[in-house]
Design a protein around this ligand. Sequence first.
Ligand SMILES: [Zn+2]
Length: 471
Amino acid sequence: MRTRREFLGGVAALGALGLPGCASLAAGGEGGRLPGRGEVVIRNAYVMTMDTKLGDLPVADVHVRDGAIVAVGPNLGASGARSIDGREMIVLPGLVETHWHMWNTLLRSMSGDQREHGYFPTALALGKAYLPSDMYQGTRLATAEALNGGITFVHDWCHDIRSPQYAEENLRALRESGIRARFSYGAAQGHPADQTIDLADLERLHRDWAAHSGGGLLSLGLAWRGVSTGATGSVSAAAYRQDFDAARRLGIPISVHANNRKGSDAIALLAREKFLGRDVQVIHATWVSPEEIRALADNGSPVSLSPYTELRIGFGFPPTGDFLAAGIPVGLSVDTTALSGNADMFAIMKAIQNIENARALSEFKLPARRVLELATIEGARSMGVGDLVGSLAPGKRADLIMVDTRGVNLAVWSDPAHLLVEAAQPANVDTVMVDGRILKRDGRLTAIDTAQVASESRAALAALRKRAGWR
Ligand SMILES: [Zn+2]
């Protein structure tokens, strides 16, 4: 925890680097808060490209210009580029997150110990009392945590859109942060099970997307309720079909929770009704039959696994190895900090590896390098952005992180993939770049005042609890 004074000191130092100072932070106005893209070269780092051809480069440079990677390799000529010292650093693609209800990050660690205070009743009761400004506060807190921990892409699964303004405030928080994201438009908490989502509003957003996309960093999707049972009962077939058909008509990707309880056969139903496809991401699937795995693979549906919420809420163990063996694209996710507490992708990687090895009774089942792929290039492919980000290669957008290996939880140099999956923490993330913009440098966020985010989030939650009459 840093003081306000230290934060301002950090901002002043950034000003010397041509990054935005406090005046522009305070002045507000979208875009004005974000640093420019410029031209930089990271020198002499251990570079893990996660590109099959380029591999790992033990002492190499990464040259970035106007948001794109120009070159990766040793001793690059990059005169005119600002130089960043990469010694003692591991440079790798930014971490890719694939399903997160960012709005309810205000409800961090609020899933209680009694049934009436469990995750679903808590999200329902408080979600109903949300104001549009709470969408902004929750999502902004989530983006700050994401960027701080090296996450450069998020899939914001937004399921508390109570009016068009709720979606707009949520999107504003994403845009202001500079993060890359898919925003998936969903129902409100408590939305009637026999009604479609606000399809006219979804179509309006789609039509006007250029004004919402933050210069192309954000894309639009559908957070589909699907055929599973929610707090207000099973969604009627007429409603879920209309929602699905609208997304397909607009050509936007779809995402759905399925098979998180023993005995569920939702994926079998999705397959029967022709609801699967490369554009349909399936979340959790902790209880899945061999036939359902085959259906996911045959249709090209990617899967998103969120080990900490799956463990915490009792959905069971993610069968990661079964999906990988079937060739199903797998991405890793936070889901909700109301259950997971935090959004630590390093811990998520470690959990995925450890659970799979425990299931297989083998130290060697899921290698660290493979897990790192899930958190970078394969996660990006599962979200349909693998050609854009997820690895470091010339021509790709510059989404990357630098992990400082000098912390006491790292310090010794062993296998870099193992270090990242087993030992690294968000605190070790020194630098974060999204689309060529440096959003974290020297361990500090450059465009987000974390003290302000914390105090405003606290105030928003206090007011929300009061309005909802929540203990
Ligand atoms: Zn979820």
